[in-house]
Design a protein around this ligand. Structure first.
Ligand SMILES: [Zn+2]
Length: 76
């Protein structure tokens, strides 16, 4: 089930300069490194990580809460 309206996904796409989440996903769907965002409340740190990353270390808040945009969207 795709989820293109997740608030973190929208924030991530906007941070990367995309007005539409769908355009963001289209550009990164097949890449080996993709933008990821911290899922913790009050933290919107972004970094480029592996496409299937679900628990990456956040350098901003120190928690293992970094998720790739493709995972958040349900593409992976
Ligand atoms: Zn964080």
């Amino acid at each position: 089930m795709f989820n293109l309206s997740h608030p973190k996904l929208v924030t991530l796409a906007e941070t990367e300069g995309y007005a539409e989440v769908a355009d963001f996903l289209e550009d990164y769907a097949l890449d080996s490194i993709v933008p990821a965002i911290c899922m913790a409340p009050n933290c919107d740190h972004t970094a480029d990580l592996e496409p299937d990353q679900r628990a990456g270390f956040c350098e901003a808040c120190g928690r293992p809460t970094m998720k790739s945009g493709l995972v958040i969207a349900g593409l992976i």
